[in-house]
Design a protein. Structure first.
Length: 243
């Protein structure tokens, strides 16, 4: 795709890529994951736009795999925590240079998603809030894999185990064994109940270190994020996975 910035792909680019990925195997569905797909972390934000290369990358993807059905899966994150991490990785000398004069309260994921929808309207998009991922990880995996909602998945509680104390996970899994007919919604309620008692505080709390930011600003950005997620849910062609 970097090469496509300066020239058209070879006619057999799709076949070459799939041969390299599948290694002589066959598949009805291929899941590819790359945290740098929309660009390196140091270029994750430009002038207040998250992943400015996202729409271009998806156009290139659609060009290579024009005969295939492409789906995009992406986790969202509160800009109040996403921007500090992006700033830490950036090559900008100061916060003003990093933000490009844009108020952090104006940074919205919906801007990025709308640009992608406009660039590649035939590609379906599935998103979720990273903050919710431990509770909905099984559903995310099933959606990515094109599986039925009743199918079991390996590692469905991996993210939960990262934020819950071992004692809590042991009790949680034992509780599931005693109640095998619970629905996904019921399981999530049980997860929340166990997290209330057994959550690892340092694993769920994030320390924000941005010059000049106040608690009031972070609260405003979080409120804007919640409102933006509400708006994203209503973008045609975008599916939001939520607890």
């Amino acid at each position: 795709m970097d090469a496509m910035d300066i020239s058209e792909p070879a006619e057999n680019a799709r076949e070459i890529l799939l041969d390299a990925i599948l290694d002589n195997a066959t598949a009805e569905r291929v899941v590819m994951s790359n945290g740098r797909f929309f660009g390196p972390g140091r270029l994750a934000v430009r002038r207040g736009l998250i992943y400015p290369k996202a729409s271009k990358r998806m156009v290139q993807m659609a060009q290579i795999f024009e005969t295939d059905q492409i789906e995009l899966f992406m986790g969202l994150r509160n800009p109040a925590t996403f921007l500090p991490e992006a700033y830490r990785r950036s090559s900008k000398e100061g916060l003003a240079d990093f933000m490009g004069g844009v108020d952090p309260r104006a940074v919205r994921w919906s801007d990025t998603l709308l640009r992608i929808r406009e660039a590649v309207p035939k590609i379906s998009i599935t998103v979720w809030c990273n903050e919710d991922a431990p509770l909905i990880w099984p559903e995310i995996l099933r959606e990515m894999g094109g599986m039925d909602h009743c199918d079991a998945v390996e590692g469905e509680y991996d993210l939960l185990s990262e934020i819950m104390a071992p004692e809590g996970m042991t009790r949680f899994l034992a509780y599931l064994e005693k109640h095998p007919t619970m629905t996904e919604i019921q399981k999530r309620r049980v997860m929340v109940a166990f997290l209330d008692k057994f959550a690892i505080e340092e694993a769920i709390e994030e320390e924000l270190d941005m010059p000049g930011w106040t608690e009031e600003l972070v609260a405003e950005m979080t409120q804007t994020y919640d409102e933006d997620v509400f708006a994203i849910e209503r973008i045609p062609g975008v599916q939001l996975i939520s607890p």
